[in-house]
Design a binder for this molecule. Structure first.
Ligand SMILES: *Cc1c(COP(=O)(O)O)cnc(C)c1O
Length: 485
């Protein structure tokens, strides 16, 4: 006799177990502070504690949670820790996590409007809200030719922008797609300080690394628009087609902001696509007083993007991409097989977001953005961004006032790059010692040709006292790090 199938959905059991998991998460947040920020395990330590084979028989949730505590948590770097100042933040919030849970609970696929109309319409709507909150130009609103879409990451947003640009530069209004043997080389441009996803996108889109040009930056790390113009002119003279320019608003190393209006003027001369990557800094445009440099030139951009999952209190993954005209994006990515045909698509009156992204299937990511915006309210999010910027400003002033330290770039929003005057080796030792202590976690960047420690304030649980504490610790370790090892 075959056993009865155990139900995968047992609402009563789910109620009970979900409460236990939610309690586990709330306990985790409450006990984060004393934990070492960065995982202390060595490669292989986690797997060595896991059984070699998957179980045949069901195990209780309690056993899994026990292993979560015993095996998994020690192998975590705690990104929500209040003293997490590394990379860029991945700031989550209770409401966004509830949205994530709802998305999983509903389990719908939003690839086409018809596969779950609310999934598409909420996304379009929430991105219209967000466009307005950031003060982005009307051309990115869904009421015109443009609109917004949620991707997993800024890397995907950039890739889709590049693919749309490639389509526009080659065969818009033809039935061919992608590159053909006979096309002249297409060239893409970004600054030397732009994110590495630019190079990855050029490889994936088929341009190749040879035609992904890195343009020189000035001493602050901002793209030199004159050098861009020269590179584009030279490519045209050599018979190549300048196709795509990625401007960065808030570089990953030091938060530098490219001169987007000047870049836009150069880009327009060649009819190339202008993409703005504001992955981290874009969130600050929510605050009107911080906005002007962040959205400058946006009215000339073909696509503009940022990561709510970095600094807008929405848990990973949530990347917002707006396009001014969706035609070439859809032309590049739409496939329309018979098995997906439906009257709504045929009518041309709906958005099918599968045609705005690489995968076919898609999660209901708009829910977490919707819950975060509604349950926190824009004003509370602004308040937190302002606090982070203010604390980073104080931190930068402490660095500047201490003769052992120096700022290696102007503070950008909530990001401070600094080092020891004793030199790069000393700065490196300081970072290693700080991180080995476990009370805080910072990462490094190369700024100019210097090794910089990078303090990025933005974790949702961070308070001013955590910024003060990391400064106290850095000051305490500075003298010993400055002495040669
Ligand atoms: C973080 C970052 C990215 C990459 O973000 P993902 O969403 O992880 O792909 C791209 N560009 C900039 C400027 C970034 O800071």
């Amino acid at each position: 006799m075959p056993r009865m199938l155990a139900p995968a959905f047992d609402p009563e059991r789910f109620r009970r177990e979900a409460r236990a998991v939610v309690d586990w998460i709330a306990d985790y947040w409450q006990t984060l502070e004393p934990r070492p920020v960065r995982s202390q395990v060595a490669p292989g330590d986690v797997r060595a504690q896991l059984p070699p084979h998957a179980p045949d028989e069901p195990e209780p949730l309690a056993a899994v949670l026990a292993d979560l505590d015993r095996v998994i948590v020690p192998g975590l770097t705690h990104w929500q820790h209040p003293a997490f100042f590394a990379y860029f933040p991945a700031s989550a919030s209770g409401p966004s996590i509830l949205g994530e849970l709802l998305a999983a609970g509903l389990g719908v696929q939003g690839m086409l409007w018809s596969t779950s109309p609310a999934c598409t319409e909420l996304e379009t709507h929430v991105l219209d809200w967000l466009r307005e909150l950031l003060g982005l130009p009307e051309r990115f609103a869904s009421s015109g030719m443009g609109g917004g879409v949620i991707h997993d990451s800024a890397s995907s947003g950039l890739l889709c922008g590049l693919v749309a640009a490639r389509e526009r530069a080659t065969h818009l209004q033809s039935n061919r797609h992608g590159l053909t043997q006979t096309d002249r080389p297409l060239v893409a441009y970004a600054s030397a300080a732009a994110h590495s996803s630019f190079d990855k996108a050029a490889r994936i889109a088929g341009l190749g690394s040879e035609w992904a040009r890195r343009i020189a930056v000035d001493s602050r790390g901002c793209m030199d628009a004159t050098a861009l113009a020269a590179a584009m002119d030279a490519d045209v003279a050599a018979g190549r087609i300048p196709c795509f320019v990625c401007a960065t608003v808030g570089t990953t190393a030091a938060g530098a902001i490219d001169p987007v209006p000047e870049i836009a003027a150069v880009t327009a001369r060649h009819n190339a696509w202008l993409h703005v990557d504001a992955a981290w800094a874009g969130a600050a445009a929510l605050c009107p007083e911080l906005r002007p440099p962040l959205v400058a030139g946006a009215e000339a951009a073909d696509s503009w993007s940022f990561n709510p999952h970095k600094w807008l209190l929405v848990n990973f993954d949530c990347h917002a991409l707006w396009v001014a005209d969706r035609t070439s994006l859809v032309q590049a990515l739409a496939t329309r097989p018979d098995y997906l045909r439906n009257a709504a698509t045929d009518s041309g009156g709906v958005i099918d977001y599968a045609e705005w992204q690489v995968p076919l299937g898609r999660r209901f990511r708009a829910l977490k953005l919707w819950l975060a915006l509604r349950m926190l309210g824009a004003e509370a999010i602004r308040g937190r961004i302002r606090a982070h910027v203010a604390w980073a400003g104080e931190f930068a002033s402490w660095v500047a006032a201490d003769p052992r330290f120096e700022l290696l770039a102007p503070r950008s929003l909530s990001l401070v790059c600094f080092g020891l005057r004793a030199g790069d080796a000393a700065s490196r030792r300081l970072l290693d010692r700080l991180n080995a202590g476990g009370t805080a976690f910072l990462t490094q960047a190369t700024v100019g040709d210097r090794f910089a420690l990078r303090l990025a304030v933005g974790a949702a649980l961070t308070e001013r006292r955590h910024v003060e504490a990391v400064w106290a610790e850095l000051s305490r370790l500075a003298d010993e790090a400055a002495q040669t090892a």
